[in-house]
Design a protein around this ligand. Structure first.
Ligand code: CAA
Length: 717
């Protein structure tokens, strides 16, 4: 074996040369990897062998361009130079894939003449999630192999295709036994070399593209079907255009040039900056400055959940999905049966869509054992209560848990805003108490707010963060305060939305502005969906607010066919003259005049108080960093990821401008808009939220602009 450089080696296995990359954690295409590959292929081509295998050590095949290098000055050979070297090899090159072949990694593999993979391997183009497109020929080569329709689906979804599906679409040539990738790839290479057929380059095979020529309806229908999903995003559309170009361009090179041009536009645009920021922000959120990575973890082999309602059932599914047995406890048999049947329905719906086999459905359901006795929590390692949101009930539950649960068990509450210190205080083990705030539907929503109470032990935090990842959630650590991060910031937005309506804006105006900004729906449509009677008590209702009046009229939201909006039988919302009249009456009674309110004012009054509340969370230490707040809003509250998050957005708008507007609103409306001290301070210093650091170890690396290297990596395209 010869060493090419620190990350690439070359070995001759009789008549086959094996080039291996060993660059943890994910064998990304760093400058060293690119240099090593270029030199390695040069030598392999010159060697007296008949074929070349490209393989990776460690957990995965190349997972893409090296994002960690994006900040640095470009150096070394570019990806296209490596690709050209591989593609022009006079002897067959076989890419041997395990783990994930993603982005630039798959683009390199597509320049090999053949690909083999183990069954657990997955292949994909996740660039769209970074607001980008595969910029090293991916949009041009992929449709030549898998056809236009599948290529469109892959590049716009970013999904990782399992090896079996990849084989069916000819993205890989053969699936080889797990654990025997190297020898199988060598054997495959020998077979190809022995056949001695002319080598086929993906770029030269236009058969599948020819089939799509003259069929613009493929693209039109794809755009139409996905319009809702792609709304507001640039990258999906740019990916589509590149695949259109693959079909219509006069040559492969012309298509490649078009792809490069659009890639540059995305890379230099605001959406990709926001989405790349969000990628790093998500990973950063897992780091807790005073809870080191090597903090011991408490083993979680069995989970108890109290409450089999929508929330409890959804939480249970998360654990069953990863093979962790759950004890689900309810007070009444009927409620337990109802909860378990909803879980079953959810799984069956997934199975009907092809997401699970019937066997898997049964396996998962078997992992969830129903019970009517909290005593059954005795052998659980983690217990999560998801009962009614009332302090007296929570205290009662935790008193019982303290008595029943074994020593060292983690006692978690799913409260969405109650004081966890107060809950923990009823136990003799406050160090074991933590908040695990799931979002509804808990089996679907990615966000988990992990709430650290005053006495929560570090290993309880570390265990919760790790467990979150295991069940596919994105966890953010929050401190105890009313509403934690998400709901606390939602509150001022709700107050402001209602105040705007009291001044003359209509609910559908407020909703439209926020929808156009990129939220999936506005606060009033959301209210109708959730039910206006949430927290409404009929006996105490006195027609004081719009919501109370609507509830008294039995307009309690979508479920009653009317709320802020009127609904038809398909639950399509229409602005309601009834609501409008109630609003006008309210305003008339107050003695004020309704006034015209601009969209800009609606937006600023809804968004800026949220930003201000975010600043307070930071100054109070309830959130570790501004990007954590953004992760909460993007993953739990529908903030459009192409706008990064409220704090990132504020940095883009300019904090001085946010501050000036808040001051103006404070003078006009009142102290609800009083700027946070931190905001004043940052503006005085000419700083941004991104610059904010509490006194904490410097674990964080910069999560802003990393264009440099990516631009450099591709510059020779
Ligand atoms: N470059 C550099 N580092 C990367 C990386 C990449 N492409 N992908 C992951 N990493 C790092 C992570 O930051 C993380 O580092 P820390 O341990 O320091 O936090 C480490 O590798 C492990 O990553 P995860 O925690 O995400 O591990 P996982 O096992 O859950 O997931 C993965 C692995 C599926 C590869 C996931 O990391 C991932 O999706 N990575 C991004 C892949 C991607 O987007 N590739 C396309 C890049 S853009 C491109 O290639 C443009 C082009 O067209 C040329």
């Amino acid at each position: 074996m010869s060493v090419i450089n620190s990350v690439v080696t070359l070995a001759h296995e009789a008549d086959v040369t094996v080039i291996a990359i060993d660059s943890p954690p994910v064998n990304a295409l760093s400058a060293d990897v690119r240099d090593g590959l270029y030199e390695g292929f040069k030598r392999a081509i010159a060697a007296d062998t008949k074929a070349i295998v490209l393989i990776c050590q460690g957990r995965t095949f190349i997972a893409g361009a090296d994002i960690a290098e994006f900040d640095a000055q470009p150096r070394g050979v570019s990806i296209p130079q490596v690709q050209a070297m591989i593609e022009s090899s006079p002897k067959p090159v076989i890419a041997a894939i395990h783990g994930t072949a993603l982005g630039g990694g798959l683009e390199v593999a597509l320049c090999a003449h053949h690909r083999v993979a183990v069954p657990s391997a997955r292949l994909g183009f996740p660039e769209v999630n970074l607001g980008l497109l595969p910029g090293a020929g991916g949009t041009q080569r992929l449709p030549r192999i898998v056809g236009v329709q599948k290529a469109l689906e892959m590049v716009t979804s970013g999904q990782h295709v399992p090896a079996k599906a990849a084989l069916e679409m000819s993205l890989v040539d053969e699936i080889v036994p797990e654990g025997q990738l190297r020898q199988s790839a060598i054997a495959f290479a020998r077979k190809v070399a022995a056949q001695g057929k002319p080598l086929v380059k993906v770029r030269d095979d236009n058969t599948k593209l020819e089939q799509a020529k003259g069929h613009p309806e493929i693209f039109a229908s794809f755009r139409k079907t996905n319009a809702r999903k792609f709304r507001g995003f640039l990258a999906p559309e740019y990916n589509i255009r590149c695949i259109e170009a693959a079909v219509s361009a006069a040559s492969f090179e012309k298509g490649l040039a078009f792809e490069y041009e659009l890639f540059q536009q995305l890379l230099n645009g605001p959406q990709s900056a926001a989405q790349r920021y969000a990628f790093f922000a998500e990973r950063q959120a897992a780091r807790i400055p005073d809870v080191p990575d090597d903090t011991p973890i408490r083993p979680i082999k069995k989970v108890g959940i109290l409450g089999a309602g929508m929330m409890g059932g959804g939480i249970a599914m998360n654990f069953a999905n990863v093979g962790i047995p759950v004890t689900l406890v309810e007070v009444q048999q009927a409620a337990l049966d109802r909860g378990l049947s909803i879980v079953r329905k959810n799984y069956e719906r997934t199975a009907a869509r092809g997401g699970l086999t019937e066997v898997q459905v049964e396996e998962r359901i078997r992992l969830i054992a129903g019970s009517l006795s909290m005593e059954d929590f005795a052998d659980c390692d983690l217990i999560i209560e998801a009962v009614f949101e009332r302090m007296d009930i929570k205290k009662d539950v935790f008193t019982k848990l303290d008595r029943i649960c074994k020593a060292g068990a983690i006692l978690a509450t799913n409260t969405s805003g109650l004081n966890i210190d107060e809950i923990a205080a009823v136990t003799k083990r406050p160090q074991d108490v933590i908040g695990l705030h799931f979002f509804s539907p808990a089996n679907v929503m990615k966000l988990l707010e992990v709430v650290r109470a005053e006495h929560t032990a570090k290993d309880v935090i570390a265990t919760s963060m790790k467990l979150a990842k295991q069940i596919g959630k994105i966890a953010v650590l929050a401190g105890v305060c009313p509403g934690f991060i998400g709901n606390r910031m939602l509150m001022p937005r709700q107050i402001e939305a209602e105040r705007l309506v009291n001044e003359g804006a209509l609910p559908w105006d407020v909703d439209r502005v926020l929808y156009d900004f990129g939220f999936p729906m506005g606060p009033f449509a959301m209210g109708d969906l959730a039910g206006l009677d949430l927290g409404w008590v009929k006996e105490e209702s006195r027609g004081r607010t719009l919501r109370e009046v609507l509830c008294e009229m039995d307009r309690r939201g979508q479920k009653t066919g009317a709320g802020f909006y009127d609904y038809d039988e398909n639950r399509t919302a229409r602005p309601s003259p009834v609501t409008e009249k109630i609003i006008n009456d309210f305003i008339a009674r107050s003695g004020r005049m309704a006034r015209a309110i601009s969209d800009q004012e609606i937006l600023e009054r809804c968004i800026y108080p949220m930003i201000n509340e975010g600043a307070k969370l930071l100054e109070e230490g309830k959130a570790i960093r501004a990007s954590d707040i953004d992760v909460v809003w993007v993953n739990g509250y529908g903030w459009p990821v192409y706008r990064g998050g409220p704090m990132f957005y504020a940095d883009q708008v300019g904090l001085h401008q946010v501050l000036a507007k808040l001051k103006e609103l404070q003078a006009a409306i009142g102290d609800d808009f009083k700027p946070a001290a931190l905001l004043e301070k940052l503006v005085a210093e000419g700083a941004k939220f991104a610059d904010f650091k509490r006194a904490q170890p410097a674990t964080a690396r910069s999560i802003h602009s990393h264009e440099g290297q990516l631009q450099g990596t591709l510059s020779n395209a």
